[in-house]
Design a protein around this ligand. Structure first.
Ligand code: DX5
Ligand code: ZN
Length: 230
């Protein structure tokens, strides 16, 4: 496994979907100060997933703040026809751009277009999609994302069968000596994160566990780090 760009062995990635949007900049600065280097940015179109979440305009507003603070933005496109949006998210400051394998008829072309814009391509799959759907593309991505909830909303319960997919992708990445990040998104908490990392994940998305902790986001991050014993 390569951590060439400075990622620690397992990185907790706060999902801004769960942030207080009235205090978004302030919360990003707080997380940067607490050591966050990767921010998860959920995009929903009201079609592929039920809610309309946020789009490139908000990313444009916060991208500078995150990049200047040494952070990166991992954009999770829960939208149909992601190929039509690559340029806009690249221009707005995406570091990673992750598409759903179910959302486009041209997975390889979209991944190539993302890379062509100097953005790191990611690929993900819904809980009901067989892991085989992403296997042919592992050599073309910088990030493989396993959804551990049905995409659309934060605060859902972790689907245990996601761990089998994580193990299968970890095995395939190692076998093929591929250094892509392996990310898990949905229902990840301090009390299950160690199992997710043990299955082979390197990036843990956490929305409600970070932003809804009554002790505040930095304290929540400490709980994750403690659970991961580092
Ligand atoms: C779910 C989103 C997730 C969500 C995670 O549709 O893709 O990124 O923000 O939230 P939690 O950690 O609360 O499950
Ligand atoms: Zn997400």
């Amino acid at each position: 496994m390569a951590w060439a760009d400075g990622l620690r062995e397992a990185e907790v990635e706060p999902s801004l979907y769960a942030a207080d949007f009235a205090r978004l900049g302030e919360q990003i600065e707080q997380l940067l100060a607490a050591g966050t280097r990767l921010f998860h940015y959920d995009v929903g179109d009201g079609h592929f997933v039920e809610p309309i979440i946020i789009g490139p305009i908000v990313l444009q507003s916060i991208g500078g703040l995150i990049h200047e603070g040494g952070g990166r933005v991992d954009v999770h496109l829960m939208i149909e026809r992601p190929e039509e949006w690559v340029d806009r998210y690249a221009n707005a400051g995406a570091t990673y751009l992750t598409i759903h394998v179910e959302a486009t008829r041209d997975v390889p072309g979209t991944l190539a277009a993302i890379r062509g814009r100097g953005v790191r391509p990611g690929l993900t799959l819904n809980p009901e999609t067989a892991v085989d759907a992403v296997m042919p593309y592992l050599g073309s991505v910088d990030l493989a994302l396993v959804m551990s909830v049905h995409p659309g909303f934060g605060g859902q319960t972790f689907i245990e069968s996601a761990l089998d997919k994580v193990r299968a992708i970890r095995e395939a990445l190692d076998e093929r000596k591929l250094a892509a990040e392996l990310e898990v998104d949905g229902g990840v908490k301090p009390d299950n994160c160690a199992r997710v990392v043990a299955a082979g994940a390197t990036v843990l998305v956490a929305g409600s566990a970070v932003f809804e902790d009554p002790a505040g986001p930095p304290a929540a991050l400490r709980k994750f780090r403690q659970a991961l014993r580092r």
